[in-house]
Design a protein around this ligand. Structure first.
Ligand SMILES: NC(=O)c1ccc[n+]([C@@H]2O[C@H](COP(=O)([O-])OP(=O)(O)OC[C@H]3O[C@@H](n4cnc5c(N)ncnc54)[C@H](OP(=O)(O)O)[C@@H]3O)[C@@H](O)[C@H]2O)c1
Length: 360
């Protein structure tokens, strides 16, 4: 260490690293033929160094403040469903749970890409017990087929992890006549939870984990228009769906009290993932830069999901909201249980629950 710092200071002959960097930058500009006055060159160099320093500080801040789940809790003998495990946070969640020995069911709409990712996870996690099943959360027939298959073939279900999500940039009506973002992010998980609840109860203690988002704070829940298939502001329905995730979890937790099944939700952080892919040009240009410079990685983004799926610390915790592996507070509106109850009742209709479906 001493030798290393000694030789470094010898190499730069008394200059600070920054001054050396500035000189290199100015030299490069000269080489590239930029004939600008030395003052401007220095200003540009200072701006570049300032920006790089800011990015490094924020990356370091992200690293230090990200809540990491460091316990080595094993999940052998446990079965976990992770929806939307083909990329981003879901893929890293599936990998982390597989590393801990769980049987991981990757519930994905694109089976071909899911199978390639499954092979990658099997190799890195050294766990063959990872399988892919088809699930399109925007289609109620797909959800019913998936749930029927799970109930018929799986002995137990210890964790249902609602991770899949989308943020559409135009009005898309699903085959069930629902707005697609709401269908995928809220009505789909609502229906799936009902169809798997008996298996979860039979496997108790078991857990339901819902990946919500702090962006819910930009929305309110208009209970008179939960399925706006005509007038629509692009990103807004995403925020509304995340609001719905939280209210759904709160009501679900209350209904499950004493059943041995818990339900909690979380914000994963701002993560460099595919969720931003539908942001339109030209908004996406600065956003891409911001994402690459300042957002956390999917591996950092999966930490709170993994924590809620396996930590013994939250074994009996029910109906709470987490961020960075710690419980955090919700807005007053999101904690309004009368709103949550009404959302539940309306969702029963939109999800087309039938009298023969399991009740929660
Ligand atoms: N990234 C963030 O900053 C952030 C912040 C807060 C919350 N979240 C939440 O984190 C969760 C994971 O998102 P991500 O950031 O990892 O985004 P992502 O990289 O886009 O991953 C989303 C996953 O959901 C799947 N999916 C989308 N529509 C589906 C459908 N109809 N049926 C089944 N699966 C579907 C995608 O599958 P395909 O590969 O087939 O598209 C993909 O596997 C989402 O619930 C999101 O709202 C993300």
């Amino acid at each position: 260490m001493v030798t290393c710092s000694h030789s470094l200071s010898a190499n730069i002959e008394g200059e600070s690293v920054y001054r050396l960097f500035l000189n290199i930058l100015i030299h490069r500009m000269n080489v590239l033929g930029f004939d600008i006055c030395p003052v401007l060159q220095a200003l540009i160099a200072v701006a570049v160094v300032g920006l790089l320093t800011a990015i490094s500080i924020i990356k370091f801040y992200n690293f230090v403040t990200c809540g990491y789940y460091r316990e080595r809790t094993k999940m052998n003998g446990k079965t976990v469903i992770v929806t939307g495990a083909t990329g981003g946070i879901g893929k890293e969640t599936a990998r982390e749970l597989a590393k801990r020995g769980a049987r991981v069911i990757m519930a994905c709409r694109n089976v071909d890409s899911a199978k390639a990712i499954r092979d990658e996870i099997v190799e890195s996690a050294k766990n063959e017990n990872v399988i892919v099943k088809k699930l399109d959360l925007s289609s109620q027939s797909s959800i019913r087929a998936f749930a029927e298959d799970i109930v018929r073939t799986e002995q137990r279900l210890d964790v249902l992890l609602h991770n899949a999500g989308t943020a559409e940039n135009k009005i898309i009506k699903t085959e069930d006549n629902l707005e697609k973002t709401m269908a995928t992010n809220h009505f789909g998980p609502f229906l799936l939870t009902h169809l798997l609840i008996d298996l979860l109860k039979r496997s108790a203690p078991s857990r339901i984990v819902v990946v919500a988002s702090e962006l819910y704070r930009f929305a309110s829940l208009n209970l008179n228009n939960l399925n706006p298939t005509t007038s629509w502001i692009p990103p807004y329905m995403y925020y509304v769906s995340k609001y719905a995730n939280i209210c759904f979890t709160n009501e679900l937790a209350q209904k499950l009290e004493g059943s041995g099944v818990t339900a909690n939700c979380l914000h994963p952080g701002m993560i460099d993932s595919g969720i931003w892919r539908n942001v339109p040009v030209p908004l996406n240009w600065p956003l891409k830069l911001i994402i690459k410079c300042f957002f956390k990685t999917p591996a950092q983004g999966c930490q709170t999901s993994v924590f809620l799926a396996c930590s013994e610390e939250v074994q009996n915790v029910n109906g709470r909201y987490f961020m960075d592996c710690k419980e955090t507070t919700l807005s007053r509106g999101a904690m309004d249980m009368s709103k949550a109850k009404k959302l539940w009742e309306l969702s029963e209709g939109f999800a087309n629950l039938s009298p023969t479906d399991p009740k929660i």
